[in-house]
Design a protein around this ligand. Structure first.
Ligand code: ATP
Ligand code: MG
Length: 391
């Protein structure tokens, strides 16, 4: 390839499912544009929205790969192409296309002509450009169906054409924020960051809630959660973490309730506190990393007994409910979270885990045993001492 004859001066962004949203499309598009602006705020560049596409231009050459990388992790973006933007002139386009293509192998030219003021049809332009390329490169062959290189030429109404060969896949999904806001119960484990990833992908803007049992869990355990928050903030475009002191509650449960119910009762406290924080943020959903049957508390009855403390207007979302651990680990690795999640620091659950937690807690019995505690006072005290960190 001859790099001297052309320079990528534009990144073409294709939107995913936004297309499906009918009348709401412009709302989704402007949210995606806002998110992309935020994502690229540390780079010099200009963004333009035109006919379902977003274009990034005027960037520094050396930032190209970094910008592509940031965009490929932005929900709502389905794919990207580095392209050469030129004033529409078919001979000039053919010249650049010729420079972009390797000297041997097979190729095709694909033309999209939105600019109907050009007299030739797309097929005629493709044949003309292909013919010019072949004149200069004797070892190339045209093959419309099985090709090594596809030269794409988008001729737009604005007087410009975009030439590209590569379509780089991005994460897809919906722009973060278009589905509202929710809390993610974020432990330092493998599951909850993955659950967060999936819900950001469906357009939920998340904030995290972490229950922290200092000094029973160490500063390093909290640092894990901060490192995971940093990863989530990339996808979620910023991430606020509510750190809730949980030691007093765990000790109170341990002292006053039967050991086999401590996990169930502890999770009911987590949900009560999460609900209060969710309501303070004027939202209605709590996301957890639970998966059916994974541990004793993640049974149908276990989950019913945790959800029972919630008001009717709160939804618990468990995106990993049907996942095998192996599937979750695959995504955790893809996110770069796995090595952090598996660092060997105790989390607040493992520390107070009884030998035989109930897998089928009897709700009446749970409520009766829980009543030994001053629930409101414990919840209020934890809420008063929350620390919020921004990522
Ligand atoms: P994870 O890998 O996410 O820790 P897990 O399989 O270890 O999950 P549990 O520890 O029982 O399962 O927790 C189930 C879910 O409860 C977690 O996915 C998370 O959403 C929430 N959770 C557990 N511990 C905490 C904590 N200390 N702070 C906030 N949320 C928590
Ligand atoms: Mg855990």
């Amino acid at each position: 390839m001859n790099n001297e004859q052309y320079e990528y001066n534009c990144i073409l962004i294709r939107q995913g499912e936004i297309f499906l949203k009918g009348k709401n499309r412009s709302k989704f598009e402007s949210l995606l544009l806002k998110n992309i602006k935020q994502k690229l705020k540390s780079f010099k560049c200009a963004l333009q929205l035109s006919r379902n596409r977003i274009y990034v231009e005027d960037f520094n050459k050396e930032d190209l790969q970094k910008i592509i990388f940031a965009l490929s992790k932005t929900f709502g973006v389905i794919s990207l192409s580095k392209s050469v933007k030129v004033s529409t002139d078919i001979d000039r386009i053919a010249e650049i296309a010729g420079d972009m293509i390797p000297n041997e192998g097979t190729f095709r030219v694909t033309v999209k002509r939105a600019d109907k003021s050009i007299n030739q049809t797309s097929t005629e332009i493709a044949a003309y450009v292909g013919g010019k390329i072949l004149k200069n490169k004797k070892d190339l062959k045209v093959d419309l169906h099985s090709y090594d290189c596809n030269i794409n030429i988008d001729i737009r109404e604005n007087g410009f054409s975009y030439i590209f060969t590569e379509v780089i896949p991005a994460v897809g999904g919906l722009p973060v924020g278009c589905s509202g806001t929710a809390a993610l119960l974020l432990s330092g484990g493998i599951d909850s960051p993955v659950a967060g990833y999936y819900m950001s992908k469906r357009g939920l803007k998340l904030f995290g809630i972490h229950f922290y049992s200092f000094p029973y869990t160490s500063e390093s355990a909290l640092q894990k959660v901060r490192d995971l928050s940093n990863i989530l903030s990339e996808y979620n475009i910023g991430f606020n973490l509510y750190i809730v002191p949980f030691t007093d509650i765990q000790l109170a449960i341990k002292n006053a309730c039967p050991p086999e119910l401590t996990i169930t009762i502890m999770r009911r406290f987590m949900m009560r506190i999460a609900q209060r924080i969710v309501k303070m943020n004027k939202t209605n959903a709590i996301v957890t990393g639970e998966s059916l049957g994974q541990v004793a508390s993640q049974t149908i009855k276990g989950m019913i007994s945790t959800d029972q403390v919630l008001d009717n207007d709160i939804l618990t979302i468990r995106p990993l409910i049907g996942f095998d651990k192996e599937e979750t680990i695959k995504i955790s690795k893809m996110l770069g979270a796995f090595n952090i999640s598996t660092l060997p620091y105790d989390d607040c659950c493992t520390l107070f885990i009884p030998k035989n937690p109930s897998i089928s807690p009897n709700l009446k019995f749970v409520i009766e045993k829980e009543s030994a505690l001053d629930i409101d006072a414990l919840v209020n005290k934890a809420l008063e001492n929350i620390v919020i960190e921004h990522f």
